[in-house]
Design a binder for this molecule. Structure first.
Ligand code: COA
Length: 237
């Protein structure tokens, strides 16, 4: 996708953008129905995050190597459970800043949460992916991800995030999806590339984290690029 994107001249791209038409987000969107009818991939189930997932989430949220490039402070168990409950409250996408977090569930893995007895049949939450509204007016959405290190290196993030990208474009119809990451986050950058996203910008010293100024990379993919990559040709909302 990168090579073909670079081969397009500015004039050609302007014509393609014009042909895409104006922003056409399918909002408001309520993800509550996905609790009972979750997204499914070959190996994973993506279900809107629930407060009852907190024990599994804590298993990765408490690890320094996981939060190193995330805007998450170190949290004790109580703080982490509160944080998960807050993230789980996001269900409706309608306005800038709204978000839905999806638990990445792996069947057959025992869950960390005793209180989740009976939920084991759907497996353990090994990570999560998120979609957030960057800009309603211009139909720009953001995605993000995190995976427990025990489950990294097996393609689960690619599978889960890929399903989220497909769901987001096909159901919500944004013009563009973007991701923001610490420029040093090589694993996340590689995931962006695997998803067909392009590095579009680096913002120098955008944030001050853990005692240092950090640079942010922005990756993006346009709706028509996603559609072309899927061999569907142009997809109009
Ligand atoms: C970013 C993050 C989700 C990427 O996870 P990941 O495990 O590297 O990504 P994937 O699940 O797509 O796995 C890809 C790797 O699995 C390998 N792999 C093994 N089996 C595979 C399979 N069946 N299918 C696909 N890939 C497979 C790939 O070759 C690749 O390995 P490589 O990196 O050595 O080339 C993870 O590093 C993370 O959670 N980091 C901490 C949180 C964070 O920083 N989040 C992002 C903030 S912007």
């Amino acid at each position: 996708m990168h090579d073909s994107a670079r081969a397009v001249t500015d004039a050609e791209r302007a014509a393609l953008a014009a042909a895409d038409g104006p922003p056409a987000l399918r909002f408001p969107y309520d993800a509550t129905a996905l609790v009972d009818e979750p997204l499914r991939t070959e190996r994973l189930v993506l279900r809107p995050l629930e407060a009852s997932h907190a024990a599994d989430v804590f298993e990765y949220q408490r690890l320094p190597e996981v939060i190193r490039y995330l805007p998450w402070p170190e949290r004790d168990r109580e703080q982490a459970y509160e944080h998960t409950a807050k993230r789980a409250a996001g269900r409706v996408l309608a306005a800038d800043g709204d978000y839905v977090v999806f638990a990445i569930m792996l069947a057959g893995e025992p869950s960390a949460g005793d209180e989740r007895a009976g939920v084991d049949s759907v497996g353990r939450v090994i990570g999560d992916v998120m979609v957030r509204v960057s800009n309603t007016q211009h139909a720009q959405l953001e995605i993000g991800w995190v995976l427990h290190p025990d489950f990294q290196g097996r393609g689960y993030a690619r599978e889960g995030a890929g399903a989220l990208v497909d769901f987001t474009f096909s159901t919500l119809s944004p013009h563009r999806i973007q991701a923001f990451l610490d420029v040093r986050n090589g694993a996340s950058a590689a995931l962006c590339e695997r998803l067909g996203m392009r590095r579009e910008a680096i913002i120098l010293e955008e944030e001050y984290n853990d005692g240092e100024w950090t640079d942010t990379a922005i990756y993006g993919i346009l709706r028509r690029e996603w559609a072309a990559a899927r061999g569907q040709g142009r997809v109009r909302p």
